[in-house]
Structures are given as C-alpha cells and as structure tokens.
Design a protein around this ligand. Structure first.
Ligand code: AMP
Length: 231
C-alpha cells in the first residue's frame, strides 16, 4: 500500500522512532511512511536478518539471539545504527524501527545524536492488545525472495504458500513460531516498555492504536505530523 500523494509530502529533517511490541505494525507503517515522506526507514530487525541470510560475522553473532526471540547485545546493535545514521540520506530525516529496544540503547542513541547535532523529534508508540499481536505474528508469512509480507488469514496470497508479487515460496520466520513469539513479547515487556516513560519524560511520545488497519493508521500518523507541525 502506497498512499495517494506520496512524494509530495514533506517531513524534512524529522527524526522518528517507532516504538511498540512486535506485531504492532511498526514495520508496515515504517515502509509506508518512508515511501510517502521520502525519508529512509532503518529497521534493525531487517538489517540483522539480511546479515544472517548472507552469513556475515554480524549475522553469525546475531542468529542465536534472534531465533530464540532474545535481544541481540546492545553494543552490536548500537554500532549498526550509528553507522546507518552516518549515511548521507539520513540528513533529511529518518524513521528508526525496532530501535532503541533497551534504555541503554536509547541513552547511547541520544549521546551519538548529540555528536551529530540533530536529535529525535518524535517517538510513535504503537499500542496493541497482546492477543492481536500473537495472531498477527504467528500467521505472518514472508516471501523468500522479495521479502513481501502476507498473513494466512488477514492478507492471504492468491495461491497458498506462493508470493503474489514474484511467485517465490513463502515461509514463516523462525521467530514467528508461537513459543518464540511469546518470548519476544516477554522480552518487550521487560526490556523495551520502559522506553515509553523515557520518551514521555522528554515530551515527545505520541500513542496510536496499532490495531487499526494500515490505511487508517497511516492517516492518523499524517494527522499527528500536521498537528505537531512536523509536516
Ligand atoms: P524485529 O523484526 O524488529 O522484531 O527484530 C527481530 C529480532 O532482531 C529481535 O527479536 C531481536 O533478536 C533482533 N533485534 C532487532 N532490533 C533489535 C534491537 N534494537 N536490539 C536488540 N535486538 C534487536
């Protein structure tokens, strides 16, 4: 889904963090926002999965943690993000998805950004009931080749197990199995939830409902940007 008017929207120099449990729709909105506002979408989960797929030293380090639903160590992930934020295309703003996930990561992000001058402008908190998150994650299927996302019930492919876009096979992410999903949600509660308070204290947290459908949630996000004069 790419909304009408994509490309005309402006969100210049705005730095956004997407916060919320796995399954709340951060990745989906990250892609839509990035296309619409023309700023990069930096997903630590995507970067790590790519590294695992290509078998790089980073991937080898991360795989065990990811498969069990645990967090990859802070120093590894912070390094990835600081590298990404040094890229030229992030000067016009960016959307961080899945990072920070611990207080330590948030603090290190702020410290790194102080060195690069511009800080985080808004943290969007995607709230979602746990049963909906579990249903979304365990039913998710991903294309092996192009990475397109489907859902066995909510977004079924035309032909079971086959990608509508490129015809390749669909698979279930190893960390989308029920037991691992439950652990990811537990890890979120323990390690990531404190960030809600961290960004609330800074006065930049906005709460939205991750249970809305893609278009309605996108509209709400656009409204928030215009109400807060970010776009
Ligand atoms: P995601 O696609 O965002 O749910 O991330 C998938 C997995 O990648 C997580 O369960 C973690 O193992 C790892 N990961 C992604 N982002 C981070 C992060 N900021 N800190 C630690 N681990 C992460």
């Amino acid at each position: 889904y790419v909304p009408d008017g994509a490309k005309q929207r402006g969100l210049n120099g705005v730095n956004i963090v997407l916060l919320g449990p796995p399954g709340a729709g951060k990745g989906t909105q990250g892609v839509v926002l990035s296309k619409s506002y023309q700023i990069p979408h930096i997903s630590t989960g995507d970067i790590l999965r790519e590294a695992v797929k290509s078998g790089t030293p980073l991937g080898k380090k991360a795989k065990m943690f990811m498969d069990s639903g645990e967090l990859v160590p802070d120093e590894v992930v912070v390094g990835i993000v600081v590298d990404s934020l040094g890229r030229d295309d992030t000067k016009k703003g960016y959307i961080l998805d899945g990072f920070p996930r611990t207080l330590k990561q948030a603090e290190e992000l702020d410290a790194a950004l102080k060195r690069i001058v511009s800080g985080i402008d808004m943290a969007l908190y995607f709230e979602i009931p746990e049963d909906i998150a579990i249903e979304r994650l365990t039913g998710r299927r991903v294309c092996k080749k192009c990475g397109a996302n489907f859902h066995v019930k909510n977004i079924p492919p035309k032909k079971e197990g086959i990608c509508d876009k490129c015809g390749a096979e669909l698979f279930q992410r190893p960390d989308d199995k029920l037991e691992t999903v439950k652990n990811r949600l537990k890890v979120y509660e323990l390690q990531t939830r404190p960030l809600i308070e961290y960004y609330t204290k800074k006065g930049i947290l906005k709460k939205v409902s991750g249970a809305l459908d893609v278009k309605d949630l996108f509209k709400e996000l656009c409204q928030i940007f215009s109400d807060t004069k970010l776009a």
